[in-house]
Design a protein around this ligand. Structure first.
Ligand code: AR6
Length: 166
């Protein structure tokens, strides 16, 4: 089941929240900064042990002071006009995060709109990739333990886009 949620992802009581991080996994602005602030400094300490993350891949840490048990850190593509494999890389982020959530036995996972802030991915195109990648995952994994995927919107426009698509 896919649910659209508006608000701050750091407040959600779910098994895992996804972080739109960068290659270093050592923090940044946007949702990454908000997650690190809310989780506390132990999150950065664990992130240092992961030695970064490639674009399209995902790595898991504990959630520390967050209500969520886990943070799944992924690195979205930087928008470069659309002809640099951005769509495949963004779809890969969603798939890899769901695979990692599955390995941890998560029933609920919340995603921010990966790449649509600092990384400049057009919000409409990113919303379409998010919805299709999540649906594809469940088509391929009919026995998944994940019961609920939340697509978290931080602005009205993203909410409208998800609503049109679902
Ligand atoms: N809850 C939910 N969504 C949020 C929140 C929040 N608390 N804060 C921001 N958003 P961005 P990116 C939305 O820029 O484009 C960082 O510095 C925001 O409105 O956080 O993947 C990293 O370290 C937008 O729709 O991530 C990287 O360097 C979406 O989250 C870089 O930014 C993603 O925006 C990653 O850029």
């Amino acid at each position: 089941m896919i649910q659209i949620v508006t608000g701050d992802i750091t407040k959600l009581c779910v098994d895992a929240i996804v972080n739109a991080a960068n290659h270093s996994l050592l923090g940044g602005g946007g949702v990454d900064g908000a997650i690190h602030r809310a989780a506390g400094p132990e999150l950065l300490t664990e992130c240092r042990t992961l030695h970064g993350c490639d674009t399209g891949d995902a790595k898991v840490t504990a959630g520390y002071r967050l209500p969520a048990k886990y943070v799944i850190h992924t690195v979205g593509p930087v928008w470069g006009g659309g002809s640099c494999g951005e769509e495949d890389k963004l779809a890969c982020c969603y798939r890899r995060c769901l695979e990692e959530a599955e390995k941890k036995g998560c029933q609920s996972v919340a995603f921010p709109a990966i790449s649509t802030g600092v990384y400049g991915y057009p919000k409409d195109k990113a919303a379409a990739v998010a919805v299709s990648a999540v649906k594809k995952y469940f088509r391929n994994e009919p026995h998944s333990c994940i019961e609920k995927v939340m697509l978290v919107c931080f602005d009205e426009r993203t909410r409208d886009l998800y609503e049109e698509l679902l």
